[in-house]
Design a protein around this ligand. Structure first.
Ligand code: GSH
Length: 211
């Protein structure tokens, strides 16, 4: 049995979509970050980074969204959430998943928590603006990579698409939101129309527009 520690719309959203796509039983355990529950001792024992999400699988806690997604895809190959090991598509899936977590998601942390990047709080607004500009450049690259493609890799939806939809969503209030780029807008609509994805958004109580 899986347990996913979550808070609405946070990085748990991609693993949540994956669990719904796989169709196994799981339990959602809310961590209210507004109340600082991610710093509680009990939660820190599971996830010493004090971040969301954590997946607990048979008493083994696992943190880092991309690792959770890969573990779920590995354990449930029948859901075809990753291309077959050793293939070119698998290599591309690693490339994009790691780019999304290591570069795009990391820059989102500067956008959403700019005050953590500076000693002088007066500079936080500038950090946030620079992060939005850099994210815009990253989405331009993803837009190009999607030219002529229906999904980010391979011939069907993978964990890369789930992660990408979450990244597109997080930029929905940008001056130039990722959904306004033609390929990204079409891909976001395609992923968001998948029934397991819709269920995850609905279960998290996320209001429209979702991205
Ligand atoms: N690389 C980590 C980042 C996790 C992360 O920063 N999560 C955010 C929510 S999206 C969080 O926990 N924010 C609360 C905080 O930092 O206090 C992952 O993907 O799991």
């Amino acid at each position: 049995m899986y347990k996913l520690y979550w808070n609405p719309g946070m990085a748990n959203l991609a693993p949540h979509m994956a669990l719904e796509a796989i169709g196994v039983p799981y339990e959602l355990i809310r961590v209210d970050t507004g109340a600082g529950e991610q710093h509680n001792e009990a939660y820190r024992r599971l996830n010493p980074t004090g971040r969301i999400p954590t997946l607990v699988h048979d008493d083994q806690p696992l943190f880092e969204t991309a690792a959770i997604l890969l573990h779920l895809a590995d354990r449930h190959p029948e859901a075809a959430l990753m291309p077959a090991p050793g293939t070119r598509d698998r290599a591309l899936a690693y490339q994009w998943l790691i780019h999304l977590t290591n570069t795009v998601q990391a820059t989102y942390l500067a956008y959403y928590y700019p005050e953590r990047q500076v000693a002088d709080p007066a500079l936080a607004g500038s950090v946030r603006q620079a992060a939005e500009t850099r994210l815009g450049e990253m989405f331009d690259l993803l837009e190009q990579a999607l030219d002529g493609r229906e999904w980010m890799v391979g011939e069907g939806p993978t964990i890369v698409d789930l992660m990408l939809l979450m990244m597109i969503r997080w930029g929905r209030n940008f001056a130039r939101p990722p959904r306004s780029l033609p390929n990204l807008g079409v891909l976001a609509a395609r992923i968001a129309a998948l029934p397991p994805v819709r269920r995850a958004f609905e279960q998290e109580g996320l209001a429209q527009p979702w991205y």
